[in-house]
Design a protein. Structure first.
Ligand SMILES: Nc1ncnc2c1ncn2[C@@H]1O[C@H](COP(=O)(O)OP(=O)(O)OP(=O)(O)O)[C@@H](O)[C@H]1O
Ligand code: SF4
Ligand SMILES: [Mg+2]
Length: 442
């Protein structure tokens, strides 16, 4: 059972909750990120391949998954076992990872290698300044046309990673490229040019809007700033089209942001984000502030827009259920690191990191009166340690029920357990986590 369903209806259509996974599969499947078989390893630069549909649209730059090379900085192979479902997949087939899809993958749109961000910050106890590492050697790729999900508890570094990925902040170390171009070497002009291609949707759109602008002006702003959209009249027509795309009635164009509901404001924010026809949209907690029913509308809108405009998403949320609904491939973050990364079906069908199991246990049961609620809550133990004093060894060990001596001494590397399923745990595959995860299946 799922909390959201993929509505094929037009944006704005209310969506009922509690429909079967088949619908989710259909939703995610539209992105059709089929994992090509082949190369494994190289989790330091864990990667997937692009969607078959997008790969063919992209035309150039398509590389066969099997030819992807492991090793430092290389594009690692795609998960053979973890195909995202094709559009018509059933829930069962989605869970089994029975992906239908072509085996070719596209060049990564965005690639991050060992990105690290440290901040000088006052420690909570006020003993002068200390350094905290918000993002620690994180590597990932976002393939054209896929939705790469990032999930983790508050403070684990998701937003910092998003800002690094867009180069809105500078990394302390690491590498970052967009379409193979080194983003860290780009000057102002080049960055400005690729930023048209990369847009972001935040949790609270109100914060990022000038309250004195009308809704029409808010959406027209990026067109004006980037010298797009032509004359005032043609800009207005473009804004009208964008309003229609996101399901906002045109008669609202003369209103102001404070006159909208939260859901309408998020639609407005999405209209602004797609105004410049970007390829990559980073959604950072884009639905977290909304009611569940409105969340469903916005998530479906994002999926519809992805289909219509061939968008690529980096979709960030602390809510695993939302990330599951949206993503083709998912990175699980803990304490500034990616601790597990796999295609969606593989991740949910074959949980290998205890922290992912913990997150899974926290997913609300969609079944009213589910007596396993207390059991679920009990599975969440401890809190996230202070970034000022990271635990030795595996950073998750203070909370891990499976820890052993080595966990307190040695940090586990992110290893490829097969088919691009990367896990940072000394005992990955040894504790029967997939079986334990079954009780939390949603
Ligand atoms: N400019 C900054 N200076 C110092 N510390 C920072 C700065 N920005 C973020 N941090 C710290 O880095 C850590 C990661 O923050 P970040 O906002 O990326 O987490 P998050 O996963 O997005 O959390 P949430 O789910 O609450 O949005 C936090 O401990 C935060 O306090
Ligand atoms: S390395 Fe040890 S402490 Fe860390 S997640 Fe694995 S079992 Fe738990
Ligand atoms: Mg955040």
């Amino acid at each position: 059972m799922a909390l959201w369903t993929r509505a094929s209806a037009s944006p704005g259509t209310p969506v009922s909750a509690g429909a079967p996974d088949a619908n989710i599969a259909a939703g995610a499947g539209a992105g059709a990120v089929a994992r090509a078989g082949g190369a494994a390893g190289g989790c330091a630069s864990a990667a997937g391949t692009g969607g078959a549909r997008m790969a063919s649209q992209a035309g150039a730059g398509v590389a066969a998954g099997a030819s992807a090379k492991a090793g430092a900085g290389a594009l690692a192979g795609a998960g053979a076992s973890a195909g995202a479902s094709a559009g018509a997949a059933t829930g069962a087939s989605a869970k089994a990872g029975a992906g239908a899809g072509a085996g070719a993958g596209a060049t990564a749109l965005l690639r991050a290698e060992r990105l690290t961000k440290t901040y000088a910050a006052s420690s909570r106890r006020g003993f002068g300044s200390a350094r905290l590492t918000a993002v620690n050697e994180v590597s990932f790729e976002v393939a054209r046309g896929e939705t790469f999900g990032l999930v983790g508890e508050s403070g684990c570094g998701k937003s910092t990673l998003a800002m690094l990925a867009l180069r809105l902040i500078e990394p302390t170390s690491g590498a970052l490229s967009y379409e193979g171009r080194d983003m860290l070497k780009m000057g102002f002009r080049e960055l400005r040019e690729i930023r048209r291609d990369m847009q972001v949707v935040f949790q609270d759109p109100y914060d990022s809007m000038n309250p004195r602008l009308t809704l029409e002006e808010v959406v027209a702003e990026p067109l004006r700033v980037h010298g797009r959209g032509g004359t005032k009249r043609s800009r207005r027509e473009r804004v009208e089209k964008l309003f229609a795309d996101v399901g906002l009635p045109a008669h609202l164009m003369g209103r102001y942001p404070h006159q909208l509901s939260g859901g309408q404001r998020q639609r407005l924010c999405i209209a602004r984000a797609i105004a410049l026809s970007p390829r990559l949209v980073v959604c950072d907690e884009a639905v977290s502030a909304l009611d569940v029913s409105i969340q469903a509308q916005i998530l479906n809108l994002l999926l519809d827009l992805k289909d219509e405009f061939g968008l690529t998403y980096m979709f960030i949320s602390h809510n695993l259920a939302v990330v599951k609904f949206m993503s083709d491939r998912i990175g699980v973050m803990y304490f500034g690191r990616i601790v597990e990364l796999a295609a969606k079906a593989e991740l949910f069908g074959n949980v290998l990191h205890p922290y992912t199991l913990m997150l899974l246990s926290a997913m609300p049961s969609p079944v009213p009166g589910d007596s396993r609620g207390a059991e679920r809550r009990a599975a969440i133990t401890g809190g996230v340690p202070s970034l000022f004093s990271p635990p030795a060894g595996c950073v998750f060990h203070p909370r891990c029920r499976f820890r052993e001596g080595v966990c307190e001494r040695e940090e586990p590397p992110l290893r490829d357990m097969g088919g691009g399923h990367c896990v940072a745990c000394h005992f990955a595959g040894e504790h029967g986590l997939p079986r334990l995860a079954e009780q939390f299946a949603v």
